[in-house]
Ligand binder design. Structure first.
Ligand SMILES: [Mn+2]
Length: 417
């Protein structure tokens, strides 16, 4: 993203702060896996949204003084021996260019600086980005800071920054949409690669290898998540083992994405591994397709998000009823196992403000129509990414083969076996 994006996001957050308030955002740290191995580092997405720095142990401090906001970014100091093993650390110059924060300091200065802030805050509030889920064992940097504050500076008021961040992230900025469009083109290449190489007898890990290879051709893009399954495995919604094999007559399901400039896509397609839909597969697929098309024709600003889900369910029921598959709306749960709309952005299930939400221009969410017919052994999802515009909506993933004809056409052209 351009530096102006991060600058603007910090400015918008600071508008929620009062003079004397401060805010802390942590990039995060590596988590030990075993012996001397760590899990791959993953930068906190709210931190990314505010400064775009992907360097473990970095911290952003905002201090509101009058109308202006003092910004300080703390980064790890250079360490020749550590960098020899782990790779280079971000430099102060580079951190300034990316984030637009001009006051860059080394993290060793942070403890003293932050004490000065806490001692200064008499009536002000400190914002911490606290995002806990029930049963969570690990404590984040913000959780630990909260504990320290309560014990050491009990007079300091603590406020959670998360609701403000969620509100901000709900509406995407134009540069985010541009990044998503690039991610969509890469996702399309990955899905088409799987469709083109598909044949009965192909293993799920082979589909995944095709997908990953196609993504990597675009500046080394890696998949932020992947669900790829065949046949009966399509009935496990978040299946992740890649060990199964597509038998003749099976459908293959993918629920995948690519990430470009931190923005992700979330696109699902289902196709017959042989390249030709059977009558039953086509019947069910076209129900999902008509439902999806209906949603893209009708979505516009001002619709409660809850109604989006209900509309998908109702319309898809009508299609399944007409197809003679489902007679009663009460029975729709037999064939539709999950909700049909969730936001995407920096996260695949994006951190957004959904309470009482109605659609507004700039929102991006999935239209995900899943049909699972266990008796027929057919399960798949048709999932696209919907951008709400000023007068309607746009399907960001429409170029990834969607209709029966498009899918069969791509698979025919691509037959390698
Ligand atoms: Mn998905």
């Amino acid at each position: 993203m351009e530096t102006s994006f991060y600058r603007q996001n910090r400015k918008e957050f600071a508008e929620h702060m009062k003079p004397g308030d401060a805010a802390l955002f942590y990039c995060g740290e590596t988590i030990r896996r075993s012996c001397d191995e760590n899990y791959e580092f993953f930068a906190n997405r709210n931190f990314i949204y505010l400064c775009g720095i992907e360097q473990k142990e970095s911290v952003l401090l905002l201090e509101k003084e009058g109308e202006s906001c003092l910004e300080t970014l703390y980064i790890l100091e250079p360490d020749f021996m550590k960098e020899r093993w782990e790779g280079s650390r971000i430099t102060a110059d580079r951190a300034e260019i990316i984030s637009g924060v001009s006051n860059i300091k080394f993290i060793k200065e942070f403890p003293n600086d932050v004490k000065r802030v806490f001692e200064k805050i008499g009536v002000g509030t400190i914002y911490l980005d606290i995002d806990r889920v029930p049963g969570q064992l690990l404590k984040s940097c913000a959780d630990r800071m909260e504990e320290y504050l309560i014990q050491t500076y009990p007079h300091v008021k603590i406020k959670n920054a998360l609701p403000v961040m969620k509100k901000m992230r709900t509406v995407k900025k134009p540069c985010e949409i541009e990044a998503m469009e690039v991610a969509q083109r890469i996702t399309k290449a990955g899905i088409e690669a799987m469709m083109k190489s598909s044949h009965p007898g192909m293993y799920e890990y082979q589909y995944k290898a095709e997908f990953d290879y196609a993504l990597a051709q675009h500046n080394g893009v890696t998949a932020p998540f992947s669900i790829i399954s065949a046949g009966e495995n399509n009935f496990y919604i978040h299946y992740d083992s890649f060990t199964g094999r597509a038998a003749a007559g099976d459908m293959v399901l993918n629920d995948v994405g690519a990430r470009w400039d931190y923005e992700v896509t979330d696109v699902s397609r289902g196709w017959p591994c042989s390249g030709k839909f059977s009558d039953k597969q086509r019947l069910l697929y076209e129900c999902a397709y008509r439902t999806s098309e209906y949603m893209f024709q009708t979505l516009k600003p001002g619709i409660p998000m809850e109604e989006v889900d209900t509309a998908i369910r109702r319309y898809n029921f009508e299609q399944l009823k007409e197809a003679g598959v489902c007679r009663n709306y009460d029975e729709i749960g037999t064939y539709m196992w999950h909700k049909g709309a969730h936001h995407v952005g920096l996260d695949v299930h994006d951190a957004v403000d959904v309470a009482d939400a109605v659609t507004v221009p700039g929102m991006v969410f999935c239209i995900d129509v899943g049909i699972y017919h266990e008796e027929w052994g057919i399960g798949f999802r048709l999932e696209d990414n919907c951008l709400i515009t000023t007068d309607g909506c746009r399907n960001l993933s429409k170029d990834t083969p969607r209709t029966v004809e498009e899918i069969e056409g791509v698979m025919k052209k691509g037959t390698l076996y």
